[in-house]
Write a protein that binds this ligand. Structure first.
Ligand code: EPU
Length: 422
């Protein structure tokens, strides 16, 4: 057990480089299973979730050489794969569900443990399941496992998503690339990570039209081939560094950033008073005064990302004025507000709204990260709180931010990792 101990008050300045996106690389690793042979992924972030995904692929029969320091993973996919994803790994990482589509396509059968807290039909996986059913799969739930079978193979279908779900779009897409005939996914998610997986699949030989739009048309092909692919840069890590610059009244150059993937969030930072410049390396964000409060409404891409909501609540907590933050994707994300309040923030929540009244100063205290982005939001708040903030449950942060502490220290923050007695 470890915590991050932060002494607030330092201005962050200097350069960082972001690597590939967590929410892309995990899916690219799953997509590799669609083609027997060696697939190489680069710009792989050195995070815990990549290690968990590597372990899952090994259990499915792949040979995985993971070079986290070099940002590279080589996945050797056998002709015959195992088809069961066990609970012990799925419970550690909900994204394990991403193997559902590729395994069903390759094996004609798949058993994936249900991620805890999810209930098929009410929330979580209903759109994944109904999409696969329309493509000819039979799906049952037994002993905590989702079991999908398609003994005669999958066929193309017309699938309309009630909501542009990232996960459901990926599951149906990966099942469709080798299905018999044409699949049309309407109201598909359009996140840059979906575009990334589509571009890798197209390089592997898939036929996909409408990439980046809300209608994906997929003509199934018989076979795909392994490729080498560079993961799209992480827009959420980029956005987190941008808020770090603004909240500490600092000046950070973020290399390998893709500003076009973050337009609304960068616009909000400009409204808050930050200066944003697109530079050769990527993006430079600076701020020389107290931020102004900015209202936020999270929505599927290209809307404001839910994964930056806690970071912006932290910014609003020290801003001049009052902001209304509306969370439309994950209501439980406001759980982190209770921790932020421990630092002296003035935040009231009501359903999926949070009213944030900016305080002149936060004061350091022990707090607990409840998920990856909550952890990032608490670290940002700790950077400007007076005194010492200890962010506990730091393993959540390790799931999504590679080399976070080293980068923070290099930029001038006073942060150390400390053991917490069990
Ligand atoms: N939903 C359903 N039924 C479904 C699928 C989704 O009700 O069949 C609901 C979910 O319960 C949720 C909402 O729709 O309330 C959004 O779910 P979506 O499928 O779009 O998200 P996801 O694929 O589960 C990914 C990211 C999240 C990110 C969201 C939204 C990964 C591994 N996770 O989740 O990332 O917040 O898209 O952009 O790609 C994070 O990185 O911290 C994180 C949570």
């Amino acid at each position: 057990m470890e915590a991050l101990q932060i002494t607030g008050g330092n201005r962050l300045a200097g350069a960082v480089r972001v690597t590939g996106a967590k929410n892309s690389v995990l899916k690219l690793m799953a997509a590799a299973m669609l083609a027997p042979g060696r697939t190489t992924l680069t710009e792989v972030p050195g995070i815990l979730d990549v290690e968990i995904m590597s372990e899952l692929l090994r259990r499915l029969g792949c040979t995985v050489e993971l070079d986290l320091a070099g940002g590279r993973v080589v996945i050797d996919v056998p002709e015959a794969l195992e088809h069961r994803a066990d609970y012990d790994l799925v419970r550690r990482m909900r994204a394990s569900i991403t193997v559902l589509g590729p395994l069903l396509a390759r094996c004609g059968v798949v058993d994936v443990a249900l991620p805890g807290g999810d209930n098929i039909g009410s929330r979580g996986l209903d759109m994944h399941v109904s999409g696969l059913q329309r493509m000819g799969a039979e799906v049952t739930i037994e002993h905590g496992y989702l079991i999908a079978t398609a003994p005669r193979g999958l066929h193309g279908a017309s699938v309309w998503l009630d909501f542009p779900s990232v996960g459901a779009t990926e599951t149906i897409l990966m099942a469709a690339v080798t299905a018999d005939g044409r699949t049309v996914i309407d109201n598909a998610a359009r996140e840059p990570e979906i575009v990334d997986i589509c571009s890798m699949l197209v390089d592997m030989g898939a036929r996909i039209d409408g990439v980046g739009s809300s209608t994906l048309e997929i003509d199934g092909v018989r076979q795909l081939s392994p490729v080498e692919h560079a993961t799209v840069p992480d827009r959420i890590v980029t956005g987190t560094w941008a808020v770090a610059a603004a909240i500490t009244r600092g000046d950070i150059t973020i290399a390998n950033a893709r500003p076009e993937h973050l337009q609304i969030a960068l616009d909000k930072l400009t409204t808050a008073g930050a200066r944003i410049e697109v530079v050769d390396e990527g993006l430079r964000v600076s701020m020389d005064h107290r931020p102004r409060a900015v209202d936020i409404v999270t929505l599927p891409y290209p809307g404001f990302p839910t994964d930056l909501q806690p970071q912006f609540i932290a910014l609003n907590a020290v801003a001049e004025g009052t902001a209304l933050v509306t969370e439309n994707l994950f209501e439980a994300r406001f759980r982190f507000v209770h921790e932020l309040v421990r630092l002296g923030a003035d935040v009231q929540t009501e359903g999926h709204h949070a009213l944030v009244r900016g305080s002149e100063q936060l004061s350091g205290a022990p707090v607990e990260a409840t998920d990856i982005r909550a952890g990032a939001g608490l670290v940002l708040a700790g950077l400007v709180a007076e005194g010492v903030t200890s962010v506990h449950e730091v393993h959540h942060i390790d799931r999504g931010y590679a080399g976070f502490v080293d980068d923070l220290v290099r930029l001038g923050a006073s942060v150390t990792r400390v053991p917490v007695p069990g």
